[in-house]
Design a protein around this ligand. Sequence first.
Ligand code: NAD
Length: 730
Amino acid sequence: MTDFTMKTDADGVATITWDTVGKSMNVMNQQGFYDLDALIDEALADDKIKGVILTSGKEGSFAGGMDLNIIAKMKESAGDNPAKGLMDGLMATHQMLRKIERGGMDDKNKGGKPIACAMQGTGLGIGFEIPLACHRIFVADNPKAKIGLPEIMVGIFPGMGGTTRLVRMMGAMAASPFLLEGKLSDPKKAKAAGLVDEVVPADELLAKAKEWVLSEPKIVKPWDEKGYKMPGGAPYHPAGFMTFVGASAMVHGKTQGVYPAAKALLSAVYEGAMVPFDTALKIEARWFTNVLMNPSSGAMIRSLFINKEALEKGAVRPEGVDDQSVKKVGIIGAGMMGAGIALVSALAGIEVVLIDSKQEAADKGKAYTTAYMDKGIARKKATEEKKEKVLGLINATTDYDALKGCDLIVEAVFEDVGVKAEVTKKVQAVVGEDCIFATNTSTLPITELAKASNNEEQFIGIHFFSPVDKMLLVEIIKGAKTGDRATAKALDFVRQIRKTPIVVNDARFFYANRCIIPYINEGIRMVTEGVEPALIENAAKLLGMPLGPLQLVDETSVDLGVKIAKATKAAMGDAYDDAVDEILFWMEAEGRLGRKANAGFYAYDEKGKRQLLWDGLEAKYPVSDDQPELSEVQNRLLFAQVLEAVRAIEEDVLMDIREGDVGAILGWGFAPWSGGPLSWLDMVGTPWAAETTNALAKKHGERFEAPDLLEAMAKEGESFYERFDPAKAA
Ligand code: NAD
């Protein structure tokens, strides 16, 4: 069986159809490249064939991308020289795509056969780089389709000619959102941007492509003609110069220089723009090889692509439990979280009952969806009909009887054991026996809360992050008695609302908050020690953390920090470390509650725009003359987080290391370039990690002592992805 087949019609038009066996969307694999290459050779050599249409056998899409095993195979293909294997493999791909692009023309651009690409819809990555090599791109008018080059999002860049071709087609400036941000477009927007040539009704797609193939079109690409000039100017052109200087600064500003792919992409564009096309492809291949050889890319691909998708597809779903898709969800508490959960549920087409103790509060919760949809309409992303449909799914009420028929409850009332227990009882008096009860608590132990329930097996934690509609992660927490059906229900619900789940066991702060709180505390603690606040914040930014610890406190609020500190102290007793209490309690007393008060660790202007760090801090916590090295500050901030991830494995809170990494990046933005805390430990090596953190412990306290697990692994030089290989665990 092969993924590509060719048929030639009576008019001499050959149609090459791509239909990956066993997949709902086409994916390029190694055999696919060989097959496509052979069919192109055949079509170009056959005198009866006048031109070619390349299309897909899948409804609604052209191709979703590349099977990343190709990269692994390329690396292995040159023995112990993986870089050579990659470079050779990439150049072979370039030759194949170049063959399509030249269509059999001679050196003088004479002869040759037109090759059109007819895309039924979505074309991503290599699924768009192949069309870019064809002579004309037709796309079916399918508004749901997504077209573009999202590689940068997973730590690589378009390295199968996409970078070089796009820059030569539209210029570096116009190409930059598509290359540097991985921007995707629907067919109409893709046409407006100049990414594709024609958008046609789906049922005319092949006919239009054929008409064009038979029209004896001109097929020479602009860059293969004499006198070609790059749109917007090459680097030494005055306009081009401005673009490249600006782009370098912008990329560095956005990435802090920690993402190898963004830098390499820019180098490939810059260097490629100064040489002929074929040399530019070679440069692109070199930089792509460089990126693929960087451990950061491998770790990002593993976490943000392979493992994220595996978790979304149910990698940790209990076996043997039938489909638990939610039909009617009851949400109790229409505050900030409840309103968001109602919105994402209704957007997924689930019927919602949104309850609060006062009708006014319930209505306010529903109004959040109204405002969201109105914004969507203003941005032309939603319609009035869609808004009516979504709002029609939400019943905002105070009447618990409306919960009848719900198969899932998500409780999001105040963070108070008593209030939650009362609500649990009230709900269970109304709903059916099968209904699963979930709590969205951020700090209270699930096993304790479950005690208020009449069925602890059906009680579970579903922890959303704020703002619910933006945050991609949902943390599912199993209490001591939570059963498989409850876990499956939570996972199926998360799939319906299109978020990424992780499933963890119950322990203080679960997983995400357990790691993020020590990060925040370490930052605050350094302020009290006299470390320059700007050094702390910049050290975090230079690690690729989206927010410095002090900014993060301001965003989540100082009073929340105080609440958590008090509750943790009450729960932990003597074991509690109160190093940050003084400063937090003082800030609260000063009314510097963070962004919401327009005053916190940072100063804010009247409009709420964040300014510099607050200069009043220094009066109470003077900056010491002796500042630590940047690397020491960074290590403190990193180890504060990663040691908790290790302890979460030790304590069986994390059951699958993939969840530890994916959860960290999606949940609190842990330096995405690293692939997550456990990938980071593997990258620096467990021996170095144990030695470094133990040195920190000597200087800063026992919280940095390497956990036993890390110590043991360091002795063996073992890595987390070896020891806890998810493939073996499965
Ligand atoms: P909130 O104060 O904005 O909303 C709570 C809502 O519950 C209010 O509208 C209140 O009127 C309602 N309520 C209180 N008692 C009720 C009762 N007996 N019956 C019906 N409704 C009642 O709080 P929030 O920020 O939305 O947090 C809700 C829950 O989610 C808490 O457990 C919190 O810890 C958790 N959580 C919050 C965040 C966050 O960032 N805010 C993140 C994750 C989880």
